[in-house]
Design a protein around this ligand. Structure first.
Ligand SMILES: Nc1ncnc2c1ncn2[C@@H]1O[C@H](COP(=O)(O)OP(=O)(O)OP(=O)(O)O)[C@@H](O)[C@H]1O
Length: 328
């Protein structure tokens, strides 16, 4: 179990994280999400012991993590960190990079493990290639395989698929997170990408303005987001006044409605004027304007002409399950 309590850190007196507290269970995958600059990488570096923190404690099982003044090397055998720049040996092969930390005394075991990791990261075709000859995405896959070879109990990943094209990304995600679950490795993964989060993360931490705004299971956060910021990290979200959706309702509060949750009607509902239609392959994303002038985004099977008036509706089930939100 990783236990973090009251963790605060500033760069040059500028607070980045304040009073952060959370736990990560053995085998749990925790995603950390938030806008650029909210402190995701800083949090991972703190957990790895690379930065001196002013207040708080970090503990993995019985090991306190104290920062660079107290430990010669960051991390430890139980914890590994894959930063956005990967620390590879460029003039050796893919297989050598991965097997470097495996036991030379057990060549058969090392070979089998190296092969399994190359399969997981789809690297078998490149096994004998020198790393400097690989593309950025291929190098990122070697770095992932190499960090898995170290058999950490806790793995810290910073944007693990940032250099990998969409073509491979989905398969690699399934392979990597499946491998972590199979091996019971705990993981904290900083990411912008909801596709890393919704199918794989057990829980999600949302960071904003130095604090954790939310920390709940991924499905729960998606279905009941506490604010627009959180919902926008996970989907195309709108903040809609309840009074506009539900006749006779007197509240001034709002709810989050994702673009796919609107039903379009030609006759009744919330009036919207279409401004633009964007083709997304499986459907269109329509940008409309409410009577108040506020933009609204909804999904439709076909595009609509600019200036067309339509009506949007939201099911009572969706309205009732959302948390009411103040403000506009
Ligand atoms: N070495 C540093 N010295 C001073 N300020 C820094 C340093 N590194 C990061 N910062 C600042 O700390 C804040 C948090 O940065 P951090 O890299 O942790 O954010 P992030 O959420 O990981 O961003 P991104 O998603 O863009 O990678 C930012 O405002 C950044 O400018």
């Amino acid at each position: 179990m990783l236990t973090v309590s009251g963790l605060s850190f500033s760069y040059d007196q500028e607070p980045v994280l304040e009073g952060l507290g959370f736990e990560v269970a053995p085998g749990e995958i925790l995603a950390v999400m938030g806008e650029s600059g909210c402190g995701k990488s800083t949090l991972l570096k703190l957990l790895y012991g690379m930065l001196p923190f002013e207040k708080g404690t970090i503990q993995w099982k019985d090991h306190p993590i104290k920062g660079p003044a107290f430990q010669l090397l960051p991390g430890g055998p139980f914890m590994k960190y894959l930063a956005q720049d990967f620390d590879l040996m460029p003039y050796t092969t893919v297989a050598e990079n991965i097997s470097q930390h495996l036991s030379p005394a057990e060549p058969e075991k090392t070979e089998a493990r190296t092969r399994e990791l190359m399969e997981t990261m789809e690297l078998l075709p490149y096994r004998d290639k020198k790393v400097w000859r690989l593309s950025g995405g291929q190098q990122q896959r070697v770095a992932l395989a190499r960090v898995l070879a170290l058999q950490p109990e806790l793995l810290l990943l910073d944007e693990p698929f940032s250099h990998i094209d969409h073509f491979l990304r989905n398969r690699l995600r399934r392979n990597l997170f499946g491998f972590l679950k199979k091996e019971g490795i705990s993981c904290i993964c900083a990411t912008h990408d909801r596709e890393d989060v919704l199918p794989f993360a057990d829980r999600v931490m949302i960071l904003k303005d130095t604090v954790a705004l939310d920390l709940r299971p991924a499905k729960e956060i998606f279905e009941k987001p506490g604010n627009l910021y959180t919902a926008e990290l996970l989907g195309e979200a709108n903040l809609i006044p309840i009074a506009v959706l539900k006749a006779y309702s007197e509240t001034t509060r709002n709810i989050i409605v994702y673009s796919h949750e609107f039903r379009i009607s030609e006759k009744s509902g919330m009036p919207v004027t279409v401004r633009q239609s964007f083709y997304l392959g499986s459907h269109y994303r329509i940008q409309g304007e409410l009577e108040s002038g506020k933009p609204v985004y909804f999904d439709a099977p076909q595009p609509y002409e600019e200036g067309k008036n339509v009506f949007l509706n939201v099911s009572l089930e969706t309205i009732n399950k959302r948390m009411p939100i103040e403000g506009d």
